[in-house]
Design a protein around this ligand. Structure first.
Ligand SMILES: *Cc1c(COP(=O)(O)O)cnc(C)c1O
Length: 231
């Protein structure tokens, strides 16, 4: 075998270590450890690592591509009642139907056209997925997410459509300190009456936890280095 695969024990130890660090950061900030959900980001990971994470008890996962998520999760979904799957990558409107069929939560709602498509699809299937709005806190031209100046209007628009908004999500610019972005996201959420905050990845999930994250998205920290086409 050319791909280096970790043992199930290795993965379970890593998962426990990440959970312990989240708990310590939460408690250190005066928050209950249960206030923070660990979303294990399984994109590009070999199947046996996903099986190992499931064997270790992890049930909450995130993926950034609809097609790959189906390959990882469609069959497991049939067999496991308690899985929770979050989409954390950009969603094209032509993938909305597939995404709604597979996921429980959309973390990357980022434009009016997508909001309208989601509302229509939720109606059609009679099932609503909880949504986070992605905010482009660094105002990076190449990055998805609603610009900070537009966010209050977009929240109102999503509410008018009846979408079940639960919070905001951000991916801070690479190479910049993340905490100011986390604080900014928290402030935008508070003034819009949103309580969910999806922020923090492998490099900064403790800082995010201290600043109020309700969901941290940890990939390599749980699974080890991504094997193919990491993004
Ligand atoms: C890949 C990814 C993550 C996880 O990144 P790590 O650095 O591996 O923890 C988190 N959020 C999003 C949106 C991602 O695409």
């Amino acid at each position: 075998m050319t791909v280096q695969v970790e043992t199930a024990e290795g993965l379970s130890g890593r998962l426990d270590a990440v959970k312990a660090r989240i708990s310590a950061a939460a408690v250190g900030a005066g928050r209950p450890a249960e206030a923070v959900d660990l979303v294990a980001i399984s994109k590009t990971q070999p199947d046996e690592r996903i099986s190992a994470a499931l064997a270790a008890g992890q049930r909450l996962f995130g993926e950034n591509r609809v097609q790959e998520a189906r390959a990882h999760w469609a069959a497991r979904r049939e067999m496991m009642q308690d899985l929770e799957l979050h989409l954390v990558g950009p969603l094209q409107t032509n993938k909305v139907r597939d995404a709604v069929a597979l996921f429980d939560v959309i973390q990357t709602l980022d434009r009016p056209k997508l909001a309208a498509h989601l509302a229509r699809e939720f109606d059609r299937v009679g099932r609503q997925l909880r949504c986070f709005i992605q905010v482009n806190t660094g105002e990076e031209p190449q990055k998805a997410g609603v610009l900070p100046a537009d966010i209050d209007n977009f929240v109102a628009e999503c509410r008018t459509l009846g979408l079940p908004l639960v919070g905001l999500m951000c991916i801070p610019p690479a190479g910049e300190p993340a905490p100011p972005h986390f604080m900014f996201l928290r402030e935008i959420a508070a003034r819009n009456g949103l309580t969910g905050l999806s922020m923090g990845m492998s490099a900064d999930f403790e800082a995010a936890t201290e600043l109020g994250a309700t969901h941290v998205r940890v990939g390599t920290g749980v699974f080890g280095p991504r094997v193919t086409g990491a993004s």
